[in-house]
Design a protein around this ligand. Sequence first.
Ligand code: G1P
Length: 295
Amino acid sequence: MAQQQKIRKAVFPVAGLGTRFLPATKAVPKEMLTVVDKPVIQYVVDEAAEAGIEHFVFVTGRGKGVIEDYFDIQYELEQMLRERNKNAELTLLAGLLPKAGTASFTRQQVPLGLGHAVWCARDIVGNEPFAVLLPDMIMSAEKGCLKGMVDLYAQTGGNVLAVQECDPEQAHKYGIVGVGDAVGEGFKITQMVEKPAKGTAPSNLYINGRYILQPEIFKILETQERGAGNEIQLTDGMLALAKSQEFAAYPFKGDTFDCGAKDGFILANLAFALQRADIRPAIEGPMKALLASLK
Ligand code: G1P
Protein backbone atom coordinates (compact mmCIF):
# COMPACT_ATOMS: atom_id res chain seq x y z
CA MET A 1 0.00 0.00 0.00
CA ALA A 2 1.37 3.40 -0.95
CA GLN A 3 2.42 5.71 1.86
CA GLN A 4 0.04 8.72 1.88
CA GLN A 5 1.12 12.25 2.62
CA LYS A 6 0.07 13.12 6.19
CA ILE A 7 -2.94 15.40 6.67
CA ARG A 8 -1.37 18.18 8.74
CA LYS A 9 -3.63 21.15 8.10
CA ALA A 10 -7.33 21.69 8.56
CA VAL A 11 -9.48 24.53 7.24
CA PHE A 12 -12.42 25.84 9.27
CA PRO A 13 -14.71 28.07 7.19
CA VAL A 14 -16.11 30.32 9.94
CA ALA A 15 -17.23 33.32 7.91
CA GLY A 16 -20.91 32.25 7.74
CA LEU A 17 -23.42 34.87 8.84
CA GLY A 18 -25.54 32.63 11.08
CA THR A 19 -28.85 34.02 9.85
CA ARG A 20 -30.64 30.82 10.95
CA PHE A 21 -29.79 31.77 14.52
CA LEU A 22 -30.80 35.41 14.82
CA PRO A 23 -31.01 37.31 17.08
CA ALA A 24 -28.32 35.39 19.04
CA THR A 25 -25.83 35.78 16.18
CA LYS A 26 -26.33 39.53 15.78
CA ALA A 27 -23.29 40.20 17.99
CA VAL A 28 -21.87 36.70 18.70
CA PRO A 29 -20.53 34.47 15.90
CA LYS A 30 -22.52 31.23 15.67
CA GLU A 31 -19.28 29.30 16.16
CA MET A 32 -18.96 30.88 19.62
CA LEU A 33 -22.38 29.77 20.87
CA THR A 34 -21.96 27.46 23.83
CA VAL A 35 -22.65 23.74 23.88
CA VAL A 36 -22.63 22.90 27.61
CA ASP A 37 -19.50 24.90 28.52
CA LYS A 38 -17.42 25.14 25.34
CA PRO A 39 -18.01 27.12 22.16
CA VAL A 40 -19.15 25.06 19.17
CA ILE A 41 -15.84 25.72 17.37
CA GLN A 42 -13.87 24.08 20.20
CA TYR A 43 -15.60 20.73 19.55
CA VAL A 44 -14.61 20.88 15.89
CA VAL A 45 -11.01 21.88 16.65
CA ASP A 46 -10.80 19.03 19.21
CA GLU A 47 -12.00 16.57 16.55
CA ALA A 48 -9.27 17.84 14.19
CA ALA A 49 -6.57 17.59 16.88
CA GLU A 50 -7.66 14.01 17.68
CA ALA A 51 -7.13 13.19 13.98
CA GLY A 52 -3.52 14.43 14.12
CA ILE A 53 -4.03 17.91 12.64
CA GLU A 54 -1.09 20.18 13.45
CA HIS A 55 -2.15 23.48 11.90
CA PHE A 56 -5.58 25.09 12.20
CA VAL A 57 -6.61 27.50 9.44
CA PHE A 58 -9.64 29.68 10.13
CA VAL A 59 -11.35 31.47 7.25
CA THR A 60 -13.13 34.27 9.09
CA GLY A 61 -15.02 37.39 8.10
CA ARG A 62 -16.20 40.67 9.53
CA GLY A 63 -17.50 40.44 13.10
CA LYS A 64 -15.63 37.18 13.79
CA GLY A 65 -12.62 38.67 15.61
CA VAL A 66 -13.70 37.08 18.88
CA ILE A 67 -12.83 33.64 17.41
CA GLU A 68 -9.25 34.79 17.01
CA ASP A 69 -9.23 36.12 20.57
CA TYR A 70 -10.61 32.82 21.84
CA PHE A 71 -7.64 30.90 20.42
CA ASP A 72 -5.15 33.30 22.05
CA ILE A 73 -4.04 33.72 25.66
CA GLN A 74 -6.16 36.07 27.75
CA TYR A 75 -3.43 37.66 29.81
CA GLU A 76 -5.51 39.61 32.37
CA LEU A 77 -7.84 36.69 32.99
CA GLU A 78 -4.98 34.24 33.47
CA GLN A 79 -3.16 36.65 35.80
CA MET A 80 -6.31 36.97 37.91
CA LEU A 81 -6.79 33.18 37.99
CA ARG A 82 -3.17 32.80 39.18
CA GLU A 83 -3.66 35.38 41.93
CA ARG A 84 -6.74 33.49 43.10
CA ASN A 85 -5.07 30.06 42.88
CA LYS A 86 -7.63 28.85 40.36
CA ASN A 87 -5.28 26.15 39.13
CA ALA A 88 -7.89 23.83 37.61
CA GLU A 89 -9.20 26.68 35.44
CA LEU A 90 -5.67 27.66 34.39
CA THR A 91 -4.88 24.08 33.39
CA LEU A 92 -8.14 23.84 31.44
CA LEU A 93 -7.38 27.01 29.45
CA ALA A 94 -3.75 25.99 28.81
CA GLY A 95 -4.87 22.59 27.51
CA LEU A 96 -7.19 24.17 24.94
CA LEU A 97 -4.72 26.72 23.60
CA PRO A 98 -3.21 25.90 20.18
CA LYS A 99 0.60 25.88 20.28
CA ALA A 100 2.18 29.18 19.19
CA GLY A 101 2.21 29.46 15.42
CA THR A 102 -0.22 26.61 14.77
CA ALA A 103 -3.36 28.70 14.19
CA SER A 104 -3.73 30.94 11.14
CA PHE A 105 -6.52 33.32 10.26
CA THR A 106 -7.49 34.68 6.88
CA ARG A 107 -10.64 36.46 5.76
CA GLN A 108 -13.26 35.67 3.21
CA GLN A 109 -14.01 39.27 2.26
CA VAL A 110 -17.26 38.55 0.39
CA PRO A 111 -19.62 35.67 1.28
CA LEU A 112 -19.56 33.92 -2.10
CA GLY A 113 -20.07 30.37 -0.81
CA LEU A 114 -18.25 27.42 0.76
CA GLY A 115 -16.09 26.74 -2.32
CA HIS A 116 -14.87 30.32 -2.24
CA ALA A 117 -14.21 30.17 1.53
CA VAL A 118 -12.03 27.07 1.12
CA TRP A 119 -10.20 28.75 -1.81
CA CYS A 120 -9.36 31.67 0.51
CA ALA A 121 -7.14 29.26 2.49
CA ARG A 122 -5.01 28.26 -0.52
CA ASP A 123 -1.86 30.20 0.36
CA ILE A 124 -1.82 28.98 3.96
CA VAL A 125 -2.50 25.35 3.01
CA GLY A 126 -0.05 25.30 0.09
CA ASN A 127 0.61 22.20 -1.98
CA GLU A 128 -0.44 19.40 0.38
CA PRO A 129 -3.61 17.42 1.12
CA PHE A 130 -5.71 18.98 3.85
CA ALA A 131 -8.94 18.60 5.81
CA VAL A 132 -12.01 20.84 5.84
CA LEU A 133 -14.35 20.80 8.84
CA LEU A 134 -17.62 22.73 8.68
CA PRO A 135 -17.99 24.30 12.11
CA ASP A 136 -21.79 24.07 12.24
CA MET A 137 -21.62 20.31 12.41
CA ILE A 138 -20.43 18.81 15.69
CA MET A 139 -20.20 15.10 16.19
CA SER A 140 -20.35 12.59 18.95
CA ALA A 141 -18.73 9.19 18.51
CA GLU A 142 -16.17 6.95 20.15
CA LYS A 143 -13.78 7.54 17.25
CA GLY A 144 -13.93 11.07 15.86
CA CYS A 145 -15.23 11.46 12.32
CA LEU A 146 -12.04 13.01 10.92
CA LYS A 147 -9.90 10.35 12.66
CA GLY A 148 -11.93 7.66 10.90
CA MET A 149 -11.47 9.48 7.59
CA VAL A 150 -7.71 9.78 8.11
CA ASP A 151 -7.58 6.01 8.75
CA LEU A 152 -9.51 5.34 5.51
CA TYR A 153 -7.31 7.83 3.64
CA ALA A 154 -4.24 5.83 4.73
CA GLN A 155 -5.66 3.02 2.57
CA THR A 156 -7.19 4.98 -0.31
CA GLY A 157 -5.22 8.22 -0.71
CA GLY A 158 -7.01 10.69 -2.98
CA ASN A 159 -9.97 12.54 -1.55
CA VAL A 160 -12.25 11.33 1.26
CA LEU A 161 -15.67 12.69 2.28
CA ALA A 162 -17.63 11.67 5.35
CA VAL A 163 -21.24 10.74 4.65
CA GLN A 164 -24.30 9.81 6.67
CA GLU A 165 -27.82 8.71 5.94
CA CYS A 166 -30.51 11.35 5.87
CA ASP A 167 -34.25 11.25 5.51
CA PRO A 168 -34.72 11.16 1.68
CA GLU A 169 -37.21 14.02 2.12
CA GLN A 170 -34.31 16.16 3.42
CA ALA A 171 -31.78 15.28 0.68
CA HIS A 172 -32.39 18.56 -1.17
CA LYS A 173 -30.73 20.44 1.70
CA TYR A 174 -27.32 18.76 1.33
CA GLY A 175 -24.57 17.54 -0.94
CA ILE A 176 -25.46 13.94 -1.87
CA VAL A 177 -23.14 11.20 -3.18
CA GLY A 178 -23.61 8.22 -5.50
CA VAL A 179 -22.43 4.85 -4.15
CA GLY A 180 -19.79 2.74 -5.93
CA ASP A 181 -17.61 -0.27 -5.03
CA ALA A 182 -16.54 -0.91 -1.47
CA VAL A 183 -13.05 0.28 -0.50
CA GLY A 184 -11.75 -0.35 3.02
CA GLU A 185 -14.48 0.63 5.48
CA GLY A 186 -16.01 2.92 2.88
CA PHE A 187 -16.91 3.05 -0.80
CA LYS A 188 -15.95 4.80 -4.01
CA ILE A 189 -18.03 7.87 -4.83
CA THR A 190 -19.54 7.76 -8.31
CA GLN A 191 -21.47 11.02 -8.25
CA MET A 192 -21.87 14.21 -6.24
CA VAL A 193 -24.68 16.71 -6.41
CA GLU A 194 -25.23 19.80 -4.31
CA LYS A 195 -28.81 20.30 -3.13
CA PRO A 196 -30.50 17.98 -5.66
CA ALA A 197 -34.05 18.85 -6.69
CA LYS A 198 -36.60 16.75 -4.80
CA GLY A 199 -36.78 13.19 -6.07
CA THR A 200 -33.49 13.36 -8.02
CA ALA A 201 -30.90 12.52 -5.33
CA PRO A 202 -28.61 9.59 -6.28
CA SER A 203 -28.87 8.19 -2.69
CA ASN A 204 -29.81 9.28 0.82
CA LEU A 205 -26.15 9.64 1.83
CA TYR A 206 -25.29 13.26 2.52
CA ILE A 207 -21.90 14.91 2.91
CA ASN A 208 -21.86 15.73 6.61
CA GLY A 209 -19.26 18.50 6.60
CA ARG A 210 -15.92 16.69 6.82
CA TYR A 211 -13.54 16.50 3.84
CA ILE A 212 -10.00 15.37 3.03
CA LEU A 213 -8.99 17.07 -0.21
CA GLN A 214 -5.99 17.20 -2.51
CA PRO A 215 -4.56 20.67 -3.18
CA GLU A 216 -5.52 20.54 -6.88
CA ILE A 217 -9.00 21.60 -5.69
CA PHE A 218 -7.73 25.18 -5.27
CA LYS A 219 -6.97 25.65 -8.98
CA ILE A 220 -10.47 24.41 -9.80
CA LEU A 221 -12.17 26.62 -7.20
CA GLU A 222 -10.40 29.67 -8.60
CA THR A 223 -12.61 29.60 -11.69
CA GLN A 224 -15.56 27.63 -10.31
CA GLU A 225 -18.87 29.06 -11.55
CA ARG A 226 -21.66 29.73 -9.09
CA GLY A 227 -24.00 26.81 -8.51
CA ALA A 228 -26.88 26.03 -6.10
CA GLY A 229 -28.08 29.11 -4.20
CA ASN A 230 -26.01 31.26 -6.60
CA GLU A 231 -22.93 30.41 -4.50
CA ILE A 232 -19.53 28.97 -5.43
CA GLN A 233 -20.08 25.43 -4.20
CA LEU A 234 -17.33 23.15 -2.90
CA THR A 235 -19.33 20.15 -4.17
CA ASP A 236 -19.18 21.47 -7.76
CA GLY A 237 -15.41 21.92 -7.44
CA MET A 238 -15.07 18.36 -6.11
CA LEU A 239 -17.14 17.04 -8.99
CA ALA A 240 -14.67 18.66 -11.41
CA LEU A 241 -11.70 17.22 -9.46
CA ALA A 242 -13.33 13.77 -9.58
CA LYS A 243 -12.65 13.70 -13.35
CA SER A 244 -8.95 13.19 -12.60
CA GLN A 245 -8.84 11.95 -8.98
CA GLU A 246 -10.51 9.31 -6.82
CA PHE A 247 -13.10 10.20 -4.18
CA ALA A 248 -13.95 7.75 -1.40
CA ALA A 249 -16.72 8.04 1.18
CA TYR A 250 -16.34 7.30 4.87
CA PRO A 251 -19.74 6.30 6.30
CA PHE A 252 -19.67 7.95 9.73
CA LYS A 253 -21.50 5.95 12.40
CA GLY A 254 -21.85 8.51 15.21
CA ASP A 255 -24.28 11.37 15.84
CA THR A 256 -24.06 14.68 14.01
CA PHE A 257 -25.70 17.84 15.31
CA ASP A 258 -26.24 20.83 13.04
CA CYS A 259 -25.53 23.64 15.49
CA GLY A 260 -26.30 26.27 12.86
CA ALA A 261 -29.99 25.39 13.37
CA LYS A 262 -31.95 25.80 16.59
CA ASP A 263 -33.12 22.20 16.93
CA GLY A 264 -29.66 20.74 16.25
CA PHE A 265 -28.05 23.15 18.68
CA ILE A 266 -30.49 22.32 21.48
CA LEU A 267 -30.12 18.58 20.87
CA ALA A 268 -26.32 18.94 20.96
CA ASN A 269 -26.56 20.65 24.34
CA LEU A 270 -28.77 17.88 25.70
CA ALA A 271 -26.64 15.06 24.25
CA PHE A 272 -23.30 16.44 25.43
CA ALA A 273 -24.69 17.38 28.86
CA LEU A 274 -26.02 13.83 29.32
CA GLN A 275 -22.53 12.48 28.53
CA ARG A 276 -21.07 14.46 31.43
CA ALA A 277 -20.81 12.68 34.77
CA ASP A 278 -20.75 16.05 36.57
CA ILE A 279 -24.00 17.24 34.96
CA ARG A 280 -26.13 14.21 34.09
CA PRO A 281 -27.29 13.41 37.65
CA ALA A 282 -28.60 16.95 38.09
CA ILE A 283 -30.55 17.13 34.82
CA GLU A 284 -31.72 13.61 34.03
CA GLY A 285 -34.62 13.57 36.53
CA PRO A 286 -35.84 17.09 35.73
CA MET A 287 -35.61 16.36 31.99
CA LYS A 288 -37.77 13.25 32.36
CA ALA A 289 -40.24 15.17 34.52
CA LEU A 290 -40.37 17.95 31.95
CA LEU A 291 -41.11 15.49 29.15
CA ALA A 292 -43.71 13.68 31.25
CA SER A 293 -45.45 16.99 32.00
CA LEU A 294 -45.92 17.77 28.31
CA LYS A 295 -49.44 17.43 27.15
C1 G1P B 1 -22.81 22.53 3.03
C2 G1P B 1 -22.33 21.70 1.82
C3 G1P B 1 -23.17 20.44 1.64
C4 G1P B 1 -23.16 19.64 2.93
C5 G1P B 1 -23.64 20.51 4.10
C6 G1P B 1 -23.52 19.79 5.42
O1 G1P B 1 -24.08 23.04 2.73
O2 G1P B 1 -22.38 22.52 0.67
O3 G1P B 1 -22.66 19.67 0.59
O4 G1P B 1 -24.01 18.49 2.79
O5 G1P B 1 -22.85 21.72 4.19
O6 G1P B 1 -24.06 20.58 6.43
P1 G1P B 1 -24.74 24.25 3.58
O7 G1P B 1 -25.14 23.67 4.90
O8 G1P B 1 -23.67 25.29 3.72
O9 G1P B 1 -25.92 24.70 2.78
